[in-house]
Structures are given as structure tokens and as C-alpha cells.
Write a protein that binds this ligand. Structure first.
Ligand code: ADP
Ligand code: MG
Length: 925
């Protein structure tokens, strides 16, 4: 059944060639007990390894069951070893970390036998060799004889045809040797047993045939056998099969038996993962914090576009000059001047400022913003776009004495009805206001401002609600509801309290006096409930215009003149809640003592649209409803007539004051004026006249031949200049399409930059008139911060990348070492019939498990480490929001990376292990 034909084995080491076998020809019977004797180095082991398919012959042929092995592939040899051969070695070669049972089962495992059958067969063969009671022991808990019996059991478990034993008793005492020989003799009854031995007596006593080797040649054979020449058959390729799952469970059992070692390996592998996880957690925390800060910053500093603005870039250029001057840089040319020179710098500066005032067409821009297809939509933050309108109204309230107080004028304001005459100041106010939330309405709001509206129709934005504690009541919901804003000390400035009608003028003045005298003022306080009972009256600007009998309208400046009527129609505002900034609030930016909802703004706009004065003015665009005259008369004659008409329509006291005014004109023109004499006459009696007389005198003057020059002057001063638009503005007409300012909120600097780019794009396509100018204050503040943040992000990414590489190398080395360490095991597995693929499968399965463990361990350790790390960070930075955190997705990704790296790291060593010559592997200690 087994025939060696002129087998030659040549080992090549470097330049040296050594023939271990020099043409060995021999045939074996199906069952006999053959002993091979010979000096050390005569080629016994080599011959055995070739017979067992563990080593390859250089030339000749090995015929197995009539089949030549010349054409054998690796898989055929593996199958042959696994199915037909059982190996027994001098040094037992058991896998030390597996139980006796597992060792014996191994060959069956590799063959893909089911677990149940495996155990059954292993136990029965162990019973046969007399070890039925020791199946759960580890090899190192047994004697040499017992271990050799385990090795024999393992060799027999696959029920092979041939048992090969290389000096099986070489390490045993004579008594145990006899037991082993008895066992082999028993086996040889129905199998071919070929045993190498040094002991001729044992060979003599137990074997049925003795073959002597010398120098790679057979020199003696006591019972030669000549097989009749069989027809050499074609080979049939067969494979042993083991699934990856089997490999996995094999590796798992293997790892389970060496828990400590596995844990250490996993830990070593996990160090890299821990590094990445911690750096990732820190950078995630840092990024979250940066995003948070950005969001908070962007909530305080939206991109704000006002209908009128200063082109700050040109003013900024000017600032550079000023700084240069302070440093003395502009002196050079003028250093050697003598004499006194006029300096025009101030004039130039103020000219530059006034020429840098630009108007924005927000109506067009709003159309762009409202278009859902606009590119800008995707960059909007949580708070979106907030439009503010220049609504015009007054607020009044009664103080404790019942006196009516104007509650919404600026502190120390010397009531300037000539609004608009001081454009620059107004614009500066607007710029200041726009930097803060809620300060959008620029109607000279001193104590009242609009609350920043939130999403989904909420009256207060979350930015605001997050920044304030509600001390009493609730946030306002309706148009007639307002909220009172206290400072950190629950205070409201005394001046404001007075304006709001909460303390009387006497109380206020008494306090001022006491403080001036160095005393402490009386403490004044209110209960929340009491203060909420206070009522304010809101009178829209249009309601200040009262219709006269002749159809014109008169502006009532002093509300006390018509108090009952005005207050009857006014909106009664109720305080629904009282708020105070939170301790570390980022956006506690309500700058006034009272805040109203955007619903009130909407109400005032709609109410104004429907008011009589607006309707009357809109009905005839040519006639000024205040004077009943055309806005612009064409010639002097008409103008003089208009002036005449205007003057005669005035009331008595107004006529009187006009009369005084004309006295003044007349006297200043007396030298050159013909009418001088008569005027002087009027002037003489001036001091003694009362109002009625003066009014009568004016009427008389008008009835006569009034001086046209004076009439024209009156026209210019009091009638001309106002236009249809001016009037509508004065009446408080506001269109929803024309906001006074637009605030665009984003959540990050990046989105803000994108929005800036969108506006630039819009400007490129817009016409000259619709182009938008605005100042990106945040960019000025944050451009350097953004650079730093980007820098930090890159550094963090670099850290993560470095630790990833380090961890890769580390895991690779660890896997490599663990493979090296198990070279012997590879040899054993190969001897048992494991294919190269099986070997790499087993190792890959093992690295897979180690990768999993390393990943899980790494994440676990990192999560634990984050607890102290975070408390240290909080101590050092004092920032509760700055917290390192490991997101779940990152954790999963890291575990996957750990598995992948470990497998990749182990792939090469596993492949190398699989390629190892099993003979050399077995020789390694
Ligand atoms: P034995 O088992 O009879 O003591 P071996 O079969 O182990 O002898 O060795 C036969 C000869 O082949 C020896 O001279 C040994 O040095 C040589 N030999 C065995 N294996 C190798 C090898 N892997 N490389 C080189 N020479 C080898
Ligand atoms: Mg040997």
C-alpha cells in the first residue's frame, strides 16, 4: 500500500548540499510494525517526514495505494496527512495551552467534523489509550508517558492507515516505554506502524520488521516486502475543509485558555486606540465648544444691514491715518516749516464721514432673502433672518400723582422734534443699536425695544430665553403684552423708573438731592405683582395727528392737550413678566427696561396703514394734509399765496408767535427795505402787546400788502421742503416690504463667510441702486480667531493621524510577535493536516478577536479616563462647556479600525506562518 521508489532527499544550506537520503526504495504492508534503526544523522527522521507528507522528496517517487504522488498539490498532501497519517513525536508536541481533549480533537476540527462527533470520537480514543479520566487536564499536568499516550490518541483519532512514530520512547523510562510499545503493537494489528528508535531491544521484542539505515541508505531489512507492480492510478484531488467559523471558535478557545496573555496583547493593541479615542474626544469636545462659542457669538453679532449705513471700510482707512499721525509718521514733509498754517484735516475727515453714508435698498434685498431658492437659505442659522421696522410711536403712563409721563423718551433728551436734521447722529445710533439684539428699532427707543422673535411664531427667541431668568410671570405672547427687564441686581435705573411713571418726580429729585449732598438715597422697591399692575399707553405716531374741520391735520405735540381722546384710543400695554440676565449669560442683550413683541410692531404698522391721516394723505399725493397746500408750488406768486393762506389758517397763539418772528425779520432788513418804516412802527408797540392783539396785527398785515420777500421766507421755512414721502414717514407709515434693518443670523463663522459671499454675488448681479453695503463687524473681530481655530483643528487632526499610525505599527508588531511565538504550534497543526489556508485562517481569526478586544478595551479605558480628564480640564480652563466626549459613532468606527488594523497587521505574519516549512517549524523549540 505504501511504496518508496528510489527516494533522494537533498538539503541545500547556502552553498552546501547534503544528501539525507540517497536513493531509498522500500515497500510496506498494510499492517505491520516496522522499526527503523540507525545512527543519529542517518536519515531516519527525514524518511519518516517524507512518508508522512510533511517533507518533500527531491527525486524518486512515493506511491500511496497505487497512486503516484509526483502530481500531488499542497491540498492533496494536506488531505493525505489529515486522513491517512498519524504522527507521534519524541517530544510529544502537544499544544500546551489546550486541554488533552482539545489536543486530540484538533485533527477532527481541521477536518471539519461536527463538535458532538469530535468529542465522542476523541473521548473514545482517549479511553482506548487509558486516559479516559484525564481528558480535561492540560499537557503540563501529566507525566511523559501520559503525554505520549495523548499524542498517540491524537494520531489515532482520525482513524489513519499509517502511524508514524519518531523515537516515541526516547524521553521515557523503560517501564513506561514498554507500556507505549504495547500500545503501538496493539495498534499495529490493523494499521501500518513505522517507528524510529534507538533501542534495538525494544525493536527486536515488539516489531515485526526491522529496517536499518546508514548514511541515507537501507543497509538491512529483516522482512522485506515486494509489492506486485500495481497499475499506477490517476490521483483524485481531495481537500480538507474547515470553515472560518471553525477557525474562529478554534482561536476563541485557544485565546480563552490563555486569558492573561490575550488580555495583555489586547491591552497593548488598545493603547493606540486609547490614544486616538482620547485625542478624538478632546478634539470633539474642543470642536463642540468652538461651535458653541461661534453660535453664541453669531447670535450676538448677526450680519446687519441697515437702510442707511456708513461705509465703514472708507472710515477705517481714515483711522489708519489717525494712527499714523499718533505715531508721528505724517510729519516728514512739514518738519522744517516755519510760520502758522491752516490745518484742514478736521474738515476733510468730516467730509469723508458724510460722503461715506450710503443708502441700502432693503426692499429689493428682502425679495432676494424671501426667495426660498436663494443660495443664502442653506447657511442661515437657527435664528434665521430678523427684520426690524422703524415703527414710530410714543408711550405714556401715569405716575402715582396721576401725572402723565412720556415713558419712551431718552434720558436727558431735550425733545428734538426736528428729527432727521441730524442724520449722522441718527445713523451712529443705528449702528450702535444694530450690534445688540432687540435694539433693532431705532425710533429713538430709550426704554422700549422689540424682543427678538423666535422660530415658529414664538415671541421670544431661544437666544433670549436662554439668557434670562424669568423672575415672575411669563414671556409676553400678545401684541399688548410687554416684559420688564431688570439688571443683575434686580434693579432698574431711577431715571427710567421715573420715566416709566413708577416713581414720582419728587421722589426722583429728592434722591438726586440726597446723593448730591453725599447722603444715601431712600431705598425704593416694588413687589413683582404691584409692578405688573402698571399700565402703559401706546400712541402710534399717526394718532398724534388730529383732523381739523377744514380737512387738514394738525400735529399735537403735547399730549396733555388732548389726553382723554388720545388715551382712549391708545393700546394699553400690560407687563406679563419680569426677567433678569442669567449669571453667565452670553446673549443678555436687551438694552432697554421694557421689551415688546414683534406683534406690537406688526400691530402699529397695520394700525398706521388704516389711520385717517395716512388715508387722507394717500388719497391725494399732491396736497400736503398738514397745510392743505401743494407740496411744491412752481412760482413765487403761488408760494407767497400759499404762505398767506397758511398764516391766516393758524390759531391765535401761533399767529402771535409768527408776528414776533416777522418783527425780527423786518428789523434785520430795515436798512435796505422800503417797508422798513411801517414795520418799525409795529415793532415799537411789540413789548406791550398781548397775543390777541398780535394775532390781529398779523391779520391786518396779511390783509394789506404784505411783503413778498417775507412771505417767501415763511414759505421756505414752514411749508416748502416737505414731500409726500416725508409726510408719510412722519405719520409713521412703514411697509412690511421695507425693513429698517435686516439681521441675518448664522450658527458658525463659516456660514457667515458663506453668507457674505452670497451677498457679494447678489451685489454683482444687482443694479447700482440695489447694491447692498454693510459692515462685517464679526469678520473684523474674528478673522484671526478663525485662523487660530483652523490651526487647532489641523493640529488635532495631525495628532489623531499620528496616533493612528503609531497604533497601526504597534498592533502589527504585537501580532507578529504572537505569531512568531507560536511557530511550533503551526508545525503541529500542519502535521495534523492543516493547510496553509487553515493556518492563516486560524491566525486571522485570532487577530480578529484580539482586534475586537483591543477596540472594546480601548474605548472602555478611554471612557473611564475621560472622567478624570474632564474634571482636570474644567479645573484648568474654568469652562464647564469645554468637555471631552467620545461620540458613539466614533467609538464604533474606532473598534472597526482596531479590528481592521489588527487583521492587516496580522495578515503578513499569518501568511508567513502559513508558508513556514512544517518540518522546520516542528524543530523549533
Ligand atoms: P536522524 O533522524 O537519522 O538522526 P535526520 O533525518 O534528522 O537524521 O538528518 C539526516 C541528515 O540530514 C543529517 O545529516 C542532518 O544534518 C541533515 N538535515 C536534516 N534536516 C536538515 C535541514 N532542514 N537542513 C539541512 N540539513 C538537514
Ligand atoms: Mg531523528
Amino acid at each position: 500500500m505504501l511504496q518508496l521508489k528510489n527516494i533522494v532527499k537533498t538539503y541545500v544550506t547556502g552553498d552546501m548540499k547534503q544528501d539525507a537520503l540517497k536513493g531509498v526504495s522500500i515497500s510496506f504492508r498494510e499492517n505491520e510494525f516496522v522499526s527503523i534503526l540507525g545512527q543519529s544523522g542517518s536519515g531516519k527522521t527525514t524518511m519518516l517526514n517524507i512518508i508522512g507528507g510533511l517533507d518533500r522528496y527531491t527525486s524518486g517517487d512515493l506511491v500511496i495505494n497505487g497512486v503516484s504522488t509526483k502530481e500531488y498539490k499542497d491540498a492533496d498532501w494536506d488531505f493525505y496527512r489529515n486522513n491517512s497519517i498519524g504522527f507521534v513525536f519524541q517530544s510529544y508536541n502537544l499544544i500546551p495551552h489546550q486541554s488533552v481533549l482539545a489536543n486530540v480533537e484538533m485533527a477532527l476540527t481541521l477536518a471539519g467534523v461536527s463538535k458532538k462527533e469530535r468529542k465522542q470520537r476523541a473521548v473514545s480514543v482517549l479511553k482506548k489509550v487509558g486516559l479516559g479520566d484525564h481528558i480535561h487536564k492540560k499537557p503540563n499536568q501529566m507525566s511523559g508517558g501520559q503525554m505520549q499516550r495523548v499524542a498517540i490518541a491524537r494520531a489515532l483519532v482520525n482513524n489513519p492507515d499509517i502511524l508514524l512514530a519518531d523515537e516515541p520512547t526516547g524521553a521515557l523510562d523503560s517501564e513506561t516505554s514498554i507500556q507505549i510499545m504495547e500500545l503501538l503493537k496493539e495498534i499495529a494489528k490493523d494499521k501500518l506502524v513505522i517507528m524510529v528508535t534507538h533501542n534495538p531491544e525494544l525493536a527486536e521484542k515488539y516489531s515485526t520488521r526491522i529496517v536499518k539505515l546508514l548514511d541515507g541508505r537501507i543497509v538491512n531489512d529483516t522482512n522485506p516486502y515486494s509489492e506486485k507492480e500495481e497499475q499506477v492510478q490517476k490521483i483524485k484531488h481531495k481537500k480538507i475543509s474547515m470553515s472560518f467559523f471553525t477557525a474562529l471558535s478554534l482561536s476563541f478557545n485557544n485565546l480563552r485558555t490563555k486569558k492573561g496573555r490575550t488580555l495583555l496583547t489586547s491591552f497593548a493593541g488598545s493603547i493606540g486606540i486609547i490614544g486616538i479615542a482620547l485625542i478624538l474626544a478632546l478634539s470633539t469636545g474642543m470642536n463642540a465648544y468652538i461651535a458653541d462659542v461661534q453660535k453664541d457669538t453669531m447670535a450676538s453679532y448677526p450680519i446687519t444691514i441697515s437702510d442707511e449705513t456708513i461705509d465703514v471700510s472708507s472710515v477705517m482707512g481714515m483711522r489708519g491715518e489717525v494712527i499714523g499721525e499718533m505715531r508721528g509718521e505724517n510729519k516728514t514733509e512739514t518738519e522744517n516749516r516755519t510760520g502758522v498754517f491752516a490745518d484742514y484735516k478736521e474738515i476733510e475727515t468730516s467730509e469723508k464721514i458724510s460722503s461715506s453714508i450710503v443708502e441700502n435698498n432693503l426692499t429689493e434685498f428682502k425679495k432676494y432673502l424671501d426667495n426660498p431658492d436663494s443660495e443664502i437659505q442653506q447657511y442661515l442659522g437657527e435664528n434665521g433672518i430678523v427684520y426690524t421696522y422703524d415703527v414710530n410711536f410714543s408711550v405714556y403712563s401715569h405716575d402715582a400723582d396721576g401725572k402723565l409721563i412720556d415713558s419712551d423718551s431718552e434720558v436727558g433728551d431735550t425733545a428734538s422734534p426736528m428729527a432727521g436734521s441730524n442724520g449722522k447722529v441718527e445713523i451712529m445710533n443705528k449702528l450702535n443699536g444694530s450690534a445688540a439684539l432687540g435694539g433693532g428699532s431705532s425710533s429713538g427707543a430709550a426704554n422700549f425695544s422689540e424682543l427678538m422673535a423666535g422660530l415658529d411664531g414664538k415671541t421670544a427667541s431661544q437666544v433670549i430665553t436662554d439668557s434670562y431668568d424669568v423672575l415672575y410671570g411669563t414671556w409676553p405672547e400678545e401684541y399688548n403684552e410687554i416684559i420688564l427687564v431688570l439688571n443683575e441686581n434686580n434693579g432698574i435705573s431711577a431715571g427710567t423708573l421715573y420715566q416709566l411713571g413708577l416713581i414720582t418726580e419728587e421722589q426722583y429729585e429728592a434722591a438726586v438731592e440726597k446723593i448730591e449732598n453725599g447722603e444715601d438715597a431712600d431705598e425704593i422697591s416694588f413687589a413683582y405683582e404691584d409692578i405688573c399692575g402698571h399700565t402703559f399707553y401706546l400712541v402710534p405716531a399717526c394718532d398724534h395727528y388730529i383732523e381739523n374741520e377744514n380737512g387738514t391735520f394738525t400735529h399735537i405735540d403735547d399730549i396733555t392737550l388732548n389726553e382723554e381722546d388720545l388715551l382712549a384710543n391708545a393700546v394699553e400695554l400690560k407687563i406679563t413678566g419680569i426677567i433678569r440676565p442669567k449669571e453667565d449669560a452670553q446673549n443678555a442683550s436687551i438694552s432697554t427696561a421694557v421689551a415688546y413683541t414683534s406683534k406690537l410692531t406688526d400691530y402699529v404698522i397695520t394700525h398706521t396703514d388704516e389711520s385717517a391721516v395716512i388715508k387722507a394723505q394717500e388719497a391725494d399725493r399732491e396736497i400736503n394734509v398738514l397745510t392743505g397746500m401743494e407740496f411744491e408750488s412752481t412760482d413765487d406768486e403761488a408760494k407767497a399765496n400759499d404762505a398767506k393762506e397758511y398764516l391766516s389758517s393758524l390759531g391765535i397763539s401761533e399767529k402771535a408767535s409768527f408776528y414776533k418772528l416777522m418783527m425780527y425779520y423786518a428789523s434785520s432788513h430795515s436798512e435796505t427795505n422800503n417797508a422798513g418804516t411801517s414795520q418799525n412802527g409795529m415793532a415799537a408797540g411789540n413789548g406791550a402787546m398781548d397775543e390777541t392783539t398780535m394775532a390781529a396785527a398779523l391779520d391786518r398785515w396779511l390783509a394789506g400788502e404784505p411783503d413778498q420777500e417775507i412771505l417767501l421766507k415763511v414759505y421756505d421755512e414752514y411749508i416748502a421742503g416737505s414731500t409726500y414721502q416725508d409726510n408719510l414717514k412722519a405719520f409713521g407709515k412703514v411697509s412690511f416690504d421695507a425693513p429698517a434693518s435686516i439681521s441675518i443670523y448664522t450658527d458658525s463663522f463659516e456660514s457667515k463667510d458663506a453668507i457674505a459671499a452670497c451677498i457679494e454675488k447678489y451685489n454683482e448681479t444687482a443694479t447700482e441702486e440695489t447694491r447692498i453695503t454693510y459692515t462685517d463687524y464679526v469678520a473684523m473681530l474674528t478673522s484671526s480667531i478663525t485662523t487660530i481655530i483652523n490651526g487647532i483643528s489641523y493640529v488635532l487632526v495631525a495628532f489623531v493621524a499620528i496616533s493612528l499610525i503609531v497604533s497601526c505599527i504597534m498592533i502589527g508588531i504585537i501580532t507578529h510577535i504572537s505569531v512568531m511565538e507560536r511557530t511550533k504550534e503551526i508545525g503541529i497543526l500542519r502535521a495534523l493536516g492543516a493547510s496553509k489556508r487553515n493556518i492563516s485562517q486560524v491566525f486571522n481569526a485570532e487577530t480578529f478577536i484580539i482586534g475586537c478586544c483591543a477596540g472594546l478595551l480601548g474605548i472602555g479605558v478611554s471612557l473611564l479616563a475621560l472622567i478624570p480628564i474632564n474634571s482636570i480640564i474644567e479645573k484648568l480652563s474654568g469652562l464647564a462647556e469645554l468637555e471631552a466626549q467620545l461620540p458613539i459613532t466614533s467609538s464604533i468606527v474606532l473598534i472597526t479600525i482596531s479590528i481592521l488594523i489588527t487583521i492587516i497587521g496580522g495578515l503578513l505574519p499569518a501568511k508567513k506562518a502559513a508558508k513556514k516549512d512544517p518540518v522546520i517549524a516542528l524543530r523549533t523549540e
